[in-house]
Structures are given as C-alpha cells and as structure tokens.
Write a protein that binds this ligand. Structure first.
Ligand code: ZN
Length: 352
C-alpha cells in the first residue's frame, strides 16, 4: 500500500473518527453520533446480508421450478462468511489466552472504571538498573523491566540533548496499600469529589502495574519539586513517544481520562502505540476504544516515523470457556497485550 493510501486509511479511521464522531469514553462505552450507522461496516454488512438473503430465496424458488439441486452446505459456508464469522488467512495460527491475561500487558487500560488486577508485572529494582542520566528518590523503587529499559534509553538521549539536568523519578511501581494511603490523604485534604481527580482510588492506579512513573526535579537545596515539563524538560513531551511513552493525562483530555493534567505522569505503551496516539492527538482511553473497531480481517495499518509498517487488531475475549483463541501471524514478529477490559490487542510488524 502506498504512503498516501496509508495516510488516507489513517485519516479515515483515525483522526476523522475522533474529530468528527466525537468519540467519548464514559463508563467504558463509546458513543457516536446518530447517522454514523449508515456509513458503518455494520450497515454495509446488513446490506450485504439482505441482498444475499434475497438472492438465496430467488435462487431457491428458481431451483425448485427448474429442478436444479443446489448443495445446502455450500450455501451455509458462504452465509457464515457473510455473517461475519472470520475466515483467517492461511499464514495465521492460534494462541490460547486465558481470561486472566486480559488484565496483563503494556496496553492494559487502567483508570477509575478499570481496576489494575495484575500487581506489578515483571518488576526490577531501579537501584540496580537505572543509569547516570537521572536519579531515583528511593532505593527500593521498582518498575516493569521493559519500562525501565526504555526509561534508560530516553533519559540517556535527553541528557545528551540538554546536558546536566535535575530529573528524578519520585514514584514508579506503587503497591495497592500505599495507593490507599495517598488516596485517603488527598480525600482528607480536598474532599472526595475533588480529591478523586488528583489521586486514583486504590486498585485503580497505573502505578500498581509497574508501567508508570512520576518525574520530579531536584531543587537547589536538594529537595524534590514538581515537574511541569517546561523549558529544557519540554524535550520529554516532544520525544517520549519514540521510546514508547505517553504523557498519560494531557491537559485537553481530562474529560476522557477523568484525571487532571499531570505532566509528570508517564506511561509505557510501546513505540507503535505511543506514536499513533501522539500523531492523532488521542489519549489512551480513546485509543483503546478505537482499536476495538479493527479485527484480524481488517486491521489498523500504521506506518511509523521510521517507515516501519504495522498492523494492529483487536480480538474480543470469548464469552465463555475461560480462554480465547488469538490469531497471530506464523512468519512475522508480533506482541499480544490484554486491554484490561474485554479482549486482546495484537501488534504485528509487517516488515523485517
Ligand atoms: Zn503518577
């Protein structure tokens, strides 16, 4: 597919949908404007089914009259396909994922509606793995292994770009118990409604996953001050997606995230997804909702800034049985993450 076609695809399914259909995530449900149905795939599918059904009835009547014997099972196969039962290309194989694994991975959406059910995935001690480009406020601090590797790369490049700096990680993985203490303190100070917009309820903080960390600055007296992302530190917001990070609570997405602007709170989601969210100016709530529209038969196609081609698709969790078969390509690199709600997101690298 040409570069221009990619652009058109992305305009159509990415930016266009967000701006025009005003996708809103409230209580985990997406709302789109009325009228969108007639342009949607559901409408197309309904139209195809209607035409097919009419044709089948006509053919049946004709065959009765003319004595033609049409094989019933052949019709059934075609009808299944038209009805949307996926037909996988030959180069896919199935990986079985349990229902618990919906809550596991770098794309788990954790917010006030979706609790963090996996406490601290693949944690490493930062004191043993951080580099000289930044500091840590606590020697027992932990974070997810992949997250720390990408932090080290990002802050090393940041230091190369700006020279000496005062960056310090003030929080990374946080246990549910500590989150509870912080929440109680905030509520005591600001009241329940306001406090809840600053600190997540215990069980609902991204910090419990190990994929998030908070930046602070060391002041002249050696104390810790708030990171506002201004001045030389604006480099981080401008470049973090190249290392797989997003500013999780942007100033213009408070309604979607339910949390006020926090320039210091960074979340790892992987380079492809961070790049897409940045390019189309959408927050994680909007992105996870968007991905649900793309299936293995019609994946989201994305070309990143390094001209790598990616396919991203959603596999809804099976309604029963406790596990789901996730189609993955046999001969390409891929990653699977749960979305923490109702299924799995597969990311496929299309070029070598
Ligand atoms: Zn935070």
């Amino acid at each position: 597919m040409s570069d221009r076609n990619y652009r058109i695809e992305n305009e159509k399914y990415g930016k266009y949908d967000h701006k025009r259909e005003e996708l809103k995530v409230r209580g985990g449900k997406a709302r789109t404007r009325q009228g969108g149905f007639f342009k949607s795939r559901a409408f197309l599918a309904a139209a195809v089914i209607a035409i097919y059904a009419t044709a089948t009835v006509m053919l049946f009547v004709l065959s009765k009259n003319l004595g033609i014997n049409i094989k019933a099972e052949k019709e059934a196969t075609v009808a299944q396909n038209v009805l949307g039962n996926p037909v996988y290309p030959n180069d896919y194989t199935m990986i079985r994922k349990t229902d618990e694994e919906i809550h596991d991975g770098f794309l788990t959406l954790i917010n006030n509606e979706n609790a963090c059910l996996r406490d601290g995935v693949e944690l490493v001690n930062l004191s043993e793995s951080y580099n000289e480009a930044y500091k840590i406020s606590d020697l027992v601090m932990q974070a997810n292994r992949t997250t720390v590797e990408h932090m080290n790369d990002m802050f090393a490049d940041f230091k190369k770009a700006v020279g000496d700096n005062d960056l310090i990680i003030s929080c990374a993985y946080r246990s549910m118990a500590l989150q509870g203490e912080l929440y109680d303190e905030e509520i005591a100070e600001k009241g329940e409604a306001e406090g809840a917009k600053w600190v997540n309820k215990p069980g609902y903080s991204e910090h419990q996953s190990g994929y998030s960390f908070d930046l602070s600055l060391i002041d002249d007296e050696g104390g810790i001050t708030e990171f506002d992302g201004e001045g030389i530190y604006s480099w981080i917001e401008k470049n973090c997606e190249k290392y797989g990070f997003i500013i999780r609570y942007p100033s213009d997405k408070t309604e979607e995230t339910g949390i006020y602007h926090e320039p210091w709170h960074i979340r790892y989601v992987g380079e492809v997804h961070a790049g897409y969210m940045k390019e189309y100016d959408i927050c994680m709530e909007e992105y996870i909702e968007l991905i649900k529209r793309y299936r293995v038969e019609s994946p989201l196609e994305y070309r990143d800034v390094d001209m790598n081609d990616w396919q991203i698709y959603f596999v809804p969790a099976a309604k029963s049985g406790g596990s789901t078969e996730v189609p993955v390509p046999r001969d390409k690199q891929y990653e699977i993450s749960g979305n923490n709600i109702d299924g799995f997101i597969v990311t496929v690298k299309m070029n070598k």
